[in-house]
Write a protein that binds this ligand. Structure first.
Ligand SMILES: *Cc1c(COP(=O)(O)O)cnc(C)c1O
Length: 456
């Protein structure tokens, strides 16, 4: 009671006084000033004015939060190769080099070097992607969700219904539900079958004069087992052709290489296979198993792709030159069988022996610190909704700190520069080496040493 009276009598310090006490903070000055003002008015509104030192501490925490939210590289020790929270696929270094060259100069984005006249954005990438997907034609938009919206809104212009299986109205990642995003375009979903079972006859009954398109969505993030049935793409394609309705397949992950080569029994359908099976159009993400930048790739029948590109919406969804450049490098690697240059794919192929050797070298460098450290096993998902039935087995560095809790240790590592992100399992802090670039091992060692010093 007495304390509160004192608190209410204290004066709010000036912005300048707080700024002077903060010391150097690695943020743009206007952002710092703005945070100080906000923090001070929040304190004023609360009616309880803490001591000056506590005010400075509060401001500092708020500024740390802001600084931590700045986009920056992190070391991904989760073992999840395609992790939306940490930016999905890291780019190949050749892609980054190309980005810097094209980004820091003018380019032939829409300029035809042969004629000296206006050129066509994406001309090269469309040719290369069509070849890679075994398609007549291909194009690119901002992401796979945008590809879906474009496709669905084009084909439902005059016939408003999208036929889709109830088993495929999935939620992908954070807040993205296929059903909701489709309905947001104003189409009518004609759901067929049951969650676990959809038969070809269900599709057949649902198709009518109002059907604009049949959509098949690859089941990302989960799998169903037991009493489950759905017709093959080939069967749906045959039916679609008979009923003269276009058929599009959303493949999600966009695996180009056979996923069995990652040592897992699950097969992720490729664009080539889906188109061979009879889909008129396929779409998939650029930054999942494809290993490139965020993009939505659409491939299939030439006249459909041409029509999609004439949609006014296509203009709103088109990719920027930086994305096209990074995607171009990635596509070239796929076309030349140089997928070992694509980090996401290379990570999935690394042998456990290689990881174990790196783990041993890291452990040797961390001897004598106040923590228990050992080589452990990791089993994690590939991520990004891909290969939901499979786990990759991997090698981890397992840490049990002696001077703080595992959670505090994890938090201290997240404050490293660059931040190191791991996970906690069996009361150990674990760093999975599969998703850590070998050239980051030094930074990992430094971060662990510094964390030990900080928590001791
Ligand atoms: C990931 C995914 C999407 C969304 O892709 P974005 O490129 O993130 O928009 C759509 N459909 C399926 C099946 C997916 O797996």
């Amino acid at each position: 009671m007495h304390k509160e009276v004192t608190a209410s009598r204290r004066a709010i310090p000036s912005v300048t006084k707080v700024l002077d006490s903060l010391g150097k903070i690695d943020l743009a000055r206007p952002l710092i000033v703005d945070r100080v003002r906000r923090e001070l008015s929040r304190i004023r509104a609360s009616g309880k004015i803490p001591e000056f030192r506590s005010i400075v501490d509060l401001v500092r925490i708020s500024l740390e939060e802001l600084r931590a939210s700045r986009l920056q590289p992190v070391i991904n020790g989760t073992g999840i190769v395609i992790h939306t929270n940490v930016g999905r696929a890291p780019l190949a270094s050749a892609a980054v080099h190309a980005l810097s060259e094209v980004g820091s100069a003018y380019s032939n984005l829409e300029y035809d070097l042969m004629t000296g006249g206006r050129g066509h954005r994406g001309a090269y990438i469309e040719t290369a992607l069509a070849l890679l997907c075994g398609a007549e034609s291909a194009t690119v938009v901002n992401n796979c969700a945008a590809a879906l919206v474009l496709i669905v809104q084009h084909f439902t212009r005059t016939k408003p219904e999208v036929v889709i299986s109830r088993g495929e109205l999935v939620q992908i990642g954070g807040e993205f539900r296929i059903g909701e995003i489709l309905e947001a375009t104003g189409v009518k979903l004609r759901e067929v079958g049951a969650t676990n079972k959809t038969a070809l006859a269900d599709y057949s009954r649902a198709i009518g004069p109002q059907t604009g398109i049949i959509l098949k969505v690859h089941r990302s993030n989960f799998f169903m087992s037991g009493f489950v049935e759905s017709p093959s793409s080939t069967a749906i394609a045959r039916l679609a052709r008979k009923k003269r309705v276009p058929f599009a397949e959303d493949l999600g992950s966009g695996a180009i290489v056979a996923t069995e080569q990652f040592g897992i029994p699950e097969h992720e359908p490729t664009p080539v296979e889906a188109l061979e099976d009879g889909a008129d159009l396929v779409c998939f993400s650029g930054d999942k198993l494809f290993g490139g930048p965020q993009a939505g790739i659409i491939a299939g029948k030439k006249r459909f792709i041409a029509a999609l590109k004439r949609e006014p919406l296509f203009r709103a969804l088109r990719c920027d030159k930086l994305i096209l450049t990074a995607l171009q490098s990635t596509v070239d690697f796929h076309l030349t069988d140089s997928t070992s240059e694509i980090p996401a794919i290379a990570f999935l192929r690394i042998s456990k022996d290689e990881l174990r050797a790196r783990a041993a070298a890291i452990l040797a460098r961390l001897r004598g610190l106040p923590l228990q450290i050992a080589i452990g096993r990791g089993t994690v998902k590939v991520g990004g909704g891909t290969l939901p039935r499979s786990v990759m087995s991997s090698i981890t560095i397992d840490i049990f700190p002696e001077s703080c809790s595992v959670q505090d240790f994890a938090s201290t590592l997240r404050q490293s520069v660059p931040p190191v992100i791991g996970y906690v399992a069996n009361e150990r802090f674990k760093l999975d080496l599969r998703t850590i670039f070998p050239q980051q091992d030094d930074a990992v060692v430094d971060a662990i040493r510094t964390a030990c010093a900080a928590t001791h």
